[in-house]
Design a protein around this ligand. Structure first.
Ligand code: ADP
Ligand code: ZN
Length: 739
């Protein structure tokens, strides 16, 4: 054993990269890269952290404190995970501490995880010791429960373990305690699980010949490439193909990570997978407990039975030991990006990076691929497979475009519904079919406005219009939650009666009650689905036909599979197309195609009525004709001309301070320091879209870089650290690849 000291770099759960500590001699045999260790910080504090590197040389010019103890008996983080952490910190301009906090289940971070223990009972004494009827009943029950289950061929005296809780069902606790006291029965503990698995009963799917062909193409592409994009229209059976790929991967003895953008989408899939895979599959998302999270982490770390993880974005951090395949479903979804807190990572990109590090294949799937992925497929960086047939040859819906302004002028609108839409709705309802109405906004109406002076009430802290919520009868800020009662008189000119503009799901429901009083309608948006049970309630009532009309925000666009939807109404395409964001057209296109895809499954052609004030926008014919090619070509040309991704990469920097002058100056100085770097252009600084949040002024600028340009990221982090030193309350938020 070496007698010179060694040094450990330790990542702490703090917004820093970590510090170097000396490892005392008596701990040198125990400490490894990945170990959880306890270390001191400052005069009085101590933390648990992860050893990210070991070295022989003492760091120069600093006096190292010593590691206090090695907490974990084995490394909690693998070398491959650490490689991902390092990449993430440098790519997303954050610290290793930020990554650590996101990556490790909290109970493991604090070393407070206890595996579930269950108590068993064993008969060790003489049965004849039973002193009364109750004790005899109890021992009889014990005999029944311990009876070997496998009768024929089994060794006669192998007893089934008896659970204390089962034994005590209907038996006397005091009789039990007496028997334990007299040494007739003894209790012992054994480790159990908190993960729930469904019984295996379903089998793997049989693919149609189209699907089989797509799978074959995909497998051929995987011979040459690590990433394949599966572009399959809604309801083409992408999920069935994923299942087939999972089966193939498991047969090779490898693991699968199946990423979905949101927990809301997992319920159906979770059941389906669990019925095929039993306890080899687990779900990993915000709906599971901290204990389950920790148990899954350790199970994978120790390479026990879990082979498939169905997870949301943080599943990228799990310690897979033999990952063979990653499936990223709905790869275009913006919810793969984490906004708050750091690391502000995009789970798709992070997962592609992780897969590359461990040599796993990646399958990206979508009915409406992101413009970026489509481009990389076009450039032959990703393999590309398309599936244009719906399962069972269901037809794509017929789309009718209604010019809202024209209808308005001709007096052919009933509230927010065109006459044409009302007519179609009536037809569809009479045929016993259901309707989905889509409106990309929540709340009763988007904002209120004074009819006299056009004053719009805004948030005191955030500088955005307040949204009117009828249920609360209040104006609410969607960013910070600030709310005020609806003013009776205009605060600016004193005129009576502020008037609502625009409309949300709640107002649509109200109009439906007016025009279709006999029809059951319900809304689906975040205001009515605070819990998973509420969300599933709304969906179940629609699936069972209890409700005929579902009115919803983008929540209705995603991954839902209903049989009987004859009509989808898109009430106002314009608020999607006009949103101030370079991805607005892409989002609008994706949402419109996805929501249209809900119409007409299982052999019946559905209808879509699309109401817009801009029927000539290039998006509209592309949606009408399901012509994705037209859309992507147009959009890529615009991105190229205006220098947006995929042709450049973006970093959005926000500088926040309570004094406007400080925020402005720092933003200006940082922006000009960066603008001189090679291959970089800087837009701004400007006021942020929301220029004041919680009493901080927000200035922002956008950095456009060509290629990966790690040097710019480093410069940015350097500058941020430097200015934060000068102004202690300054906040600088760097969002790499913002969505
Ligand atoms: P996508 O993911 O492309 O939208 P799904 O995989 O959800 O499509 O398939 C749509 C519907 O068609 C589902 O109800 C699915 O069960 C059914 N389906 C698709 N392919 C098959 C198949 N090969 N065998 C049986 N049912 C299928
Ligand atoms: Zn606000």
């Amino acid at each position: 054993m070496s007698h010179s000291p060694i040094y450990a770099h330790v990542v702490l759960p703090l917004p820093v990269n970590g510090y170097t500590y000396a490892v005392p001699l008596h701990l040198q045999e125990k400490v490894q890269v990945g170990s959880l260790v306890q270390v001191p910080l400052g005069k009085t504090k101590h933390y648990l952290g992860i050893v990210s590197a070991l070295q022989k040389e003492a760091p120069q010019g600093v006096q190292c404190k010593a590691v206090m103890q090695v907490v974990s008996a084995y490394p909690m983080v693998t070398a491959q995970q650490l490689q991902l952490w390092n990449w993430m910190a440098s790519y997303y301009c954050c610290t290793l501490g930020d990554v650590f906090k996101a990556a490790i289940p909290t109970l493991l971070q604090h070393d407070t995880y206890k595996p579930k223990q269950v108590v068993y009972v064993k008969l060790v004494g003489d049965e004849a010791a039973a002193k009364n009827a109750q004790q005899r009943v109890l021992l009889q029950r014990y005999q029944q429960l311990s009876m070997p289950m496998v009768a024929a061929g089994a060794e006669g005296d192998v007893q089934e373990p008896v659970l204390k809780s089962e034994l005590l069902e209907g038996c006397s606790l005091s009789a039990f305690q007496t028997l334990v006291k007299h040494g007739v029965l003894v209790c012992y503990e054994q480790e159990s699980t908190r993960l729930v698995a469904l019984e295996q009963q379903q089998t793997w799917p049989t693919l149609t010949s189209n699907q089989q062909e797509a799978l074959q193409q995909m497998n051929n592409l995987f011979q040459q490439r690590d990433i394949v994009l599966l572009h399959g229209v809604t309801s083409s059976g992408k999920t069935e193909i994923y299942l087939q790929k999972i089966q193939e991967t498991l047969q090779k003895g490898q693991q699968v990570l199946y990423l979905v953008p949101e927990i809301a989408l997992t319920a159906q899939l979770e059941q389906r997978l669990s019925r095929v895979l039993g306890n080899k599959m687990v779900a990993y998302h915000s709906g599971i407990t901290d204990n389950q999270r920790a148990e899954i982490y350790l199970n994978l770390l120790q390479n026990k039975q879990i082979q498939v993880v169905l997870g949301t974005r943080s599943a990228v951090f799990l310690p897979f030991q033999q990952l063979g395949l990653v499936i990223i479903d709905e790869e275009h979804e913006p919810s793969y990006k984490q906004y708050e807190p750091a690391p502000r990572y995009h789970a798709k990109n992070a997962t592609l990076m992780m897969a590359q590090m461990v040599g796993a294949k990646c399958l990206l799937g979508s009915a409406t691929p992101s413009v970026e992925s489509y481009y990389w497929a076009q450039q032959d960086k990703y393999g590309y497979v398309s599936l244009t047939q719906r399962y069972g040859n269901a037809l794509l819906p017929r789309i009718e475009v209604i010019d809202r302004q024209d209808a308005f002028r001709k007096n052919r609108m009933k509230d927010m519904f065109s006459w044409f839409l009302v007519e179609k709705m009536t037809e569809v309802l009479e045929a016993g079919q259901q309707i989905i109405l889509f409106q990309n906004r929540r709340g009763f109406s988007s904002y209120v406005e004074c009819p006299q002076c056009n004053y719009i009430p805004k948030c005191q802290h955030c500088d955005v219009s307040l949204t009117y919520h009828k249920k609360l009868d209040k104006l609410v800020c969607h960013y910070c939650g600030y709310s005020i009662p609806v003013p009776q008189k205009c605060p600016s000119c004193g005129a009576e009666g502020v008037k609502d503009r625009g409309f949300g799901t709640e107002k649509i429901l109200e109009a439906l009650q007016k025009h279709f009083p006999q029809v059951q309608a319900e809304r689906l948006d975040i205001d009515v689905t605070h819990t998973r049970a509420q969300y599933e309630g709304v969906l179940n009532r629609f699936a069972s036909g209890q409700t005929q009309i579902l009115v919803g925000t983008q929540m209705v666009a995603k991954g839902l599979d209903f049989d009987n939807v004859g009509l989808v109404g898109i009430l106002n395409a314009d608020n999607m197309m006009n949103f101030p964001d370079f991805r607005a057209a892409e989002r609008a296109f994706q949402l419109m195609l996805q929501v249209s895809g809900r119409a007409g499954r299982r052999g019946k052609q559905g209808w879509v009525v699309l109401q817009t004030a801009q029927p000539n926008h290039y998006l509209i014919p592309a949606v009408m004709e399901h012509n994705t090619e037209v859309f992507y070509q147009n959009e890529l040309q615009e991105r190229y001309d205006c220098e947006f991704p995929p042709f450049v990469r973006l970093i959005e920097v926000q500088v926040k301070h309570k004094e406007l002058a400080v925020a402005s100056n720092v933003a200006r100085q940082m922006a000009s320091a960066l603008a001189v770097e090679a291959n970089v252009s800087v837009l701004g600084p400007n006021n942020a879209l929301i220029s004041r949040v919680q009493n901080l002024y927000v200035k922002q600028f956008l950095v456009k870089i060509k290629g990966n340009n790690q040097a710019v990221r480093m410069r940015l982090m350097q500058l941020a650290a430097q200015y934060k030193k000068q102004h202690s309350t300054l906040q600088i938020v760097m969002d790499v690849d913002p969505m």
